[in-house]
Design a protein around this ligand. Structure first.
Ligand SMILES: C=C(O[C@@H]1C=C(C(=O)O)C=C[C@H]1O)C(=O)O
Length: 339
């Protein structure tokens, strides 16, 4: 037993050494960050990062450690390293809406260098602990005057609600962004408001769901009628936190969503219905023999079919939905003739 304790003591010492060296590395990275900012250089340097990854893999192997472990350690270090380099962003963000997307986005901003992230909503008092757990500040009856940027993480129909109207009344000169997945009625209404109330309006669409923020964080930014300076300001907010922004026109977004959202949703609904039908007519319990791939597909279908309102909203508001339905029907027809 004494031997085990003595080994563990040595392991603990080695671990402490690792942490201390990581801290030493972060301190140097911070200094690099200050140097680069003073020089006006970009903080991230992809070629240096690639070279480090190759070097760490080699170094690990030369020291009898699995090269993949070396690679995975430096990849993690680099991820945190850039956060060390970034100074806190003092932009005062107000997120309206504490649903899945609102809270995920607010918490992501908080975790990635934004120090002032406030969240509001109709029953914000009931959500105070959830919002605080996400590192953000719950606020009741906020005034837009106290913020720089307002992100509307609410359903599109909220543009007609007293709470949103109340906040926007005071938003003159502020940057307002919605994250609606369909850019039709609510988008037009916000556009009208922005002209009447003189706020800066940029419409964006996160191309991920509330539980997917650790993966790819792509955000579509609608460019129609937005000048370059305002576009850059809006993109700057997202990219500071590590989101990737993608410029698109309203029409290109609609067309792409006819495939990415409408076609996929209809296809899944059709698949769900036909799985049910075939299960009935064959009278088989297929689930016990389901493959991993099938289970993945079923999970996607289940996630989607929980949200009939969303499907309805997306399908009914996209002006290319009819074409998507025709394409789907044609796709099935062509299978029939091939088989
Ligand atoms: C510290 C630097 O800045 C960033 C952080 C790096 C690191 O942690 O090693 C490497 C490249 C940059 O993305 C640098 O350029 O050396």
């Amino acid at each position: 037993m004494d031997d085990l304790n003595s080994y563990r003591k040595q392991i603990d010492e080695a671990d402490e050494g690792i942490i201390k060296l990581i801290k030493k590395r972060f301190d140097i990275v911070k200094a690099v960050g200050e140097f680069k900012r003073a020089q006006g250089m970009p903080l991230k340097d992809n070629s240096r990062e690639d070279a480090l990854k190759i070097k760490w893999k080699q170094m690990a192997e030369e020291n009898g450690v699995d090269g993949n472990l070396g690679l995975s350690v430096i990849t993690d270090i680099l991820r945190f390293s850039k956060e060390q380099e970034m100074p806190k962003n003092e932009n005062r963000l107000l997120v309206i809406g504490y649903g899945g997307m609102g809270l995920s986005i607010a918490s992501y901003f908080h975790k990635h260098n934004f120090s002032n992230v406030y969240v509001t909503g109709r029953h914000v008092d009931k959500m105070e602990s959830g919002i605080a757990d996400a590192g953000c500040i719950p606020i009741k009856d906020p005034s837009a005057k106290d913020f720089d940027t307002i992100i509307m993480a609410t359903p599109p129909e909220s543009v007609n609600s007293d709470i949103v109207e109340g906040i926007l009344q005071d938003a003159e000169g502020k940057l307002v962004m919605d994250i609606f997945s369909v850019k039709t009625d609510a988008y037009k209404k916000l556009l009208d408001y922005s002209k009447k109330l003189n706020f800066k309006y940029v419409s964006v669409h996160p191309l991920f769901g509330p539980n997917q923020l650790e993966d790819i964080k792509k955000i579509a930014v609608i460019t129609d009628g937005v000048d370059e300076k305002l576009l850059a300001d809006a993109e700057g907010i997202w990219s500071y936190a590590g989101f990737t922004t993608i410029r698109t026109t309203l029409d290109e977004h609609e067309k792409a969503m006819a495939i990415v959202q409408v076609l996929r949703m209809l296809d899944f609904v059709a698949l769900k219905n036909s799985i049910g039908d075939l299960k009935g007519s064959l009278n088989v319990d297929y689930s016990k023999l389901a493959t991993v791939s099938f289970e993945k597909v079923e999970e996607l279908i289940d996630n989607l079919s929980d949200d009939n309102d969303l499907i309805h909203e997306i399908v009914s508001s996209n002006r290319y939905s009819k074409q998507a339905i025709e394409a789907l029907a044609k796709g099935i027809e062509s299978i029939k003739s091939e088989v």
